[in-house]
Write a protein that binds this ligand. Sequence first.
Ligand code: NAP
Length: 224
Amino acid sequence: MVKPPAQRPYVILNAAMSLDGKIASRRGDSALSSPEDWRRVHRLRRRVDAIMIGINTLLVDDPKLTVKGPRAVGVPLKIVVDSRARTPPDAKILTHTHKGGVLIAVGGRAPETRVKALRKAGAQVLRAGETEKVNLKLLLKKLGKMGVKTVLLEGGGTLNWGMVKAGLVDEVQVAIAPYLVGGREAVSLVEGEGFPTIRESFKLRFSGMEKAGEDIVLKFRKTR
Ligand SMILES: NC(=O)c1ccc[n+]([C@@H]2O[C@H](COP(=O)([O-])OP(=O)(O)OC[C@H]3O[C@@H](n4cnc5c(N)ncnc54)[C@H](OP(=O)(O)O)[C@@H]3O)[C@@H](O)[C@H]2O)c1
């Protein structure tokens, strides 16, 4: 891992995707990773200070974001990017997290009643900006001030786009799984409106490759 950028954590975008670039099927099934790839993901989770997901991923998958294996640095903080504080107070991330803690990043207009319910359920709630959507740059800056040096961004596609568009992704690791999923409605690695031209898009440089069972893991870093 290279030196974190000044004032904000170093961000690694990680996902498992099909050969055709989907991270879930049109029904939201995202079971693409091989057991070997899951071991790689847990190795990554062990190295970071925080794991970040979007609210849709939480609502579809209800993940625990557990970290298996020996820990290198404390248990990572779990972050949900959730403008409207829609995280259910009984989400597994809240009921199964005993260490590391959960931070729900909300927008300026998140209803106070839901914010209170999340605090009562044990989450730290952080208002990132005054606009409706979470201001990702501000969130990352606040995380930096809290001492978070590395963030593992685990999607989904809409949050990945928000982070890429804001220039907040430093490294990408994708496990390419041997499936063709298709579907216009199926979520791709990066969603949103996309860049208008390749020249304006996010250019990376290859930094490594490994095999994880039937999956091929490709690693890229931001060009400076
Ligand atoms: N295969 C994999 O590795 C993998 C990994 C993760 C997820 N997935 C799959 O991805 C799917 C979910 O992806 P998704 O694209 O629908 O949703 P997502 O990225 O999980 O969540 C997107 C939501 O985040 C909230 N958000 C708040 N501020 C934002 C900002 N500044 N920029 C972007 N988003 C912001 C928005 O909802 P609000 O406005 O309500 O806040 C937005 O709709 C699920 O099916 C999941 O299983 C797959």
